[in-house]
Write a protein that binds this ligand. Sequence first.
Ligand code: ZN
Length: 104
Amino acid sequence: MDPYFPWKVVEQSLRDPKLAQRHGLVEEYLIEARSCPKCGAAAEQLRWIYVREELDLPGSVAHSPPRDGAESSALSALSQCREGYLLVCDNCHLQVDFFCERRG
Ligand SMILES: [Zn+2]
């Protein structure tokens, strides 16, 4: 399963104090949230992280030209969906589900 975001973005979002205010389970998403496909942990047992990806960082394009196929297709899909709730299974280090809050 492809990750929804690069793990670097997830880690940055965890450290961002503004985003940290929004981390946590959202009742309205819980109904459709997936459980972990690997260990079977229920959605409410996963970590709900509010993730924001900064796509237009100066210099990011020049430093990392996307060359390998799988990675670049995952990244282009993300360009339409920049922030929202990401469900992470800490046991499996797996991004299980994602709920978009803003497209841009
Ligand atoms: Zn798991």
